[in-house]
Design a protein around this ligand. Structure first.
Ligand SMILES: N[C@@H](CCC(=O)N[C@@H](CS)C(=O)NCC(=O)O)C(=O)O
Length: 220
């Protein structure tokens, strides 16, 4: 039986899961949720995830929410290529990087992109600028790593790449909005500021199956 992935177009968290399936070459049924119709708050959906959030992965009777839990589940079921390393020290190193990405990069990037998408960027300009500075610090760290290795945890793709990539994409989408351009947050043109990160993004975008993971409403 094939997996079902419940997702919202443009969700960085759901994107991780679809990228993981692409990396592992595993087929899945896409269940794209219409967020404006609040399908993720329907009684049927809330039975799968009472928090009403995406992503959710359904594997027969098994239902998993929380993107990192889903990545772990998929890694157990399809160990090749491993997303969380093979040795204890690799696992620790990758989990450390994943938690750092979640707690520092996504935290600060979210404080940039959420008010741009859902708030009032003019009113929140100072907070957004502060969060942008913290985000640049994290990006500088990634730029340094990627200037001498192909992926964020070494020469092989791992969970940390799948956590950071969608976050960068959503950040750049927000940074390109007219209201954000006026704030001069220093992310664009991204390739000029962060050439090694940009090259890594191109590598990830070459994954077979990448195209299906791209947010459909971004194509419009
Ligand atoms: N910690 C969760 C975060 C999931 C999350 O925040 N999803 C957002 C989309 S990016 C969502 O479903 N938002 C809809 C809502 O809260 O109504 C994970 O890693 O899966």
């Amino acid at each position: 039986m094939s997996y079902e992935v419940f997702w919202i177009s443009g969700s960085a968290y759901a994107w991780r899961v679809m990228l993981a399936l692409a990396v592992k070459g595993v087929a899945y049924n896409s269940r794209l949720i219409n967020a404006s119709e609040k399908e993720h708050k329907s009684p049927e959906y809330l039975k799968m995830n009472p928090r009403g959030k995406v992503p959710v992965l359904k594997d027969g009777e098994t239902v998993v929410a929380e993107s990192l839990a889903i990545l772990t589940y998929l890694d157990e079921k399809h160990p090749t290529p491993p997303l969380f390393g093979e040795t204890p020290s690799d696992k620790a190193r990758i989990w450390q990087a994943v938690y750092e990405a979640e707690n520092y990069f996504m935290e600060s990037a979210g404080s940039v992109f959420l008010p741009i998408f859902f708030g009032d960027p003019k009113e929140k300009a100072e907070e957004i600028k502060q969060a942008a500075l913290a985000t640049h610090e994290e990006l500088k760290g990634y730029e340094k790593i990627l200037s001498h290795s192909h992926f964020l945890a070494g020469e092989n793709i791992s969970a940390v790449d799948l956590v950071v990539y969608p976050g960068v994409m959503v950040l750049l989408r927000a940074a390109g909005k007219d209201e954000a351009v006026q704030l001069d947050l220093g992310f664009l043109p991204f390739k000029d500021h962060y050439p090694s990160i940009a090259a890594w993004m191109t590598r990830l975008e070459a994954l077979p199956g990448y195209k299906e993971t791209y947010p459909p409403h971004w194509r419009e």
